[in-house]
Design a protein around this ligand. Sequence first.
Ligand code: FAD
Length: 299
Amino acid sequence: MHMAHPGLPEFDYIKPTSLAEASRYLAEHAGEARPFMGGTDTFVRMRDGFWRERYLVDVKGLDGMGDIHFDAQHGLSLGAAVNMNRVIAAQPVRDHYALLAEAARTVASYQLRTRATIVGNITNASPAGDTTGACMVYGGVLTVHGVDGFRQVPLEGFFVGPGKTVLRPGDIVTAISFSLPPKGIVGRYIKLGRNAIGDLAIVGVTVLGFPDDKATSGYRFRIALASVAPVPLRATLAEEVLASSPIIEDTIPQAAQAAMEACSPIDDVRASARYHRFMVRNLARQALLDAWQQVRKSD
Ligand SMILES: Cc1cc2nc3c(=O)[nH]c(=O)nc-3n(C[C@H](O)[C@H](O)[C@H](O)COP(=O)(O)OP(=O)(O)OC[C@H]3O[C@@H](n4cnc5c(N)ncnc54)[C@H](O)[C@@H]3O)c2cc1C
């Protein structure tokens, strides 16, 4: 009989009591130990036989990893283990980082979001992660604890390939932080899935826009694309189109075209490369139009 899922292999569950102990353990067992938080990626990958770690290290209870901090000077800091439902419900997120909540709401179901974390979505390093784009366009910076202590790691340059990041053995992300966004900022996330709930994005387009006197157009946009390249992508040339000359009728379609050209999708189980590319253009145009209409109103 064909078994679609072979079942969870045996592993040891490790629960360190401090970050120092956790980083040391992970470094000493490099290649056979993995940290986890919600476990929604980890246990599926283990069950399906893609990952074969002997030790799963539960880091979600460690120092400050469940905390949410906000103040107008420093912005927002989300502990790595804060689940997506808590992020969606948090008042500072609603007030200042609405795009993060909008993206998180598209992830699977309420039940899954009580386990799944934003930081897990990032460290999983899937090009399809729904909340990764919002974290990128808000300029997210990770706080990482490694064997040599803490360091700050910006999301720019963090992703190396599918499932691959710059993190080293022993590294544990403890938080993600975002400075206070500029005034008048608006956002839009459009996810194309195969069905209405619980599916990964075939294409995901994240757009943030805000008035900026320093841009020739008077506005600055940030655009991130999911599921269209080996890593989550910023469409910087498209962003440049929208900043460098006044935004007239043709500008948004031109930017959407530039976003499409930034992609290097592959044929996958969800859709062909060609379909991915055209959907990027269509959805980028839609997301940019929505954001543009809102940002003009609030200016
Ligand atoms: C049914 C189902 C539906 C899903 N639907 C969606 C969806 O619609 N959109 C979407 O984007 N995702 C979806 N996912 C994927 C998953 O839920 C998300 O990626 C989630 O955000 C992962 O968070 P987690 O805390 O569960 O991660 P975990 O499984 O705990 O960890 C994920 C990865 O990050 C690493 N990691 C975990 N914590 C740390 C840490 N502190 N420091 C360093 N590395 C760490 C782990 O080693 C692992 O590689 C779905 C999963 C399932 C099972």
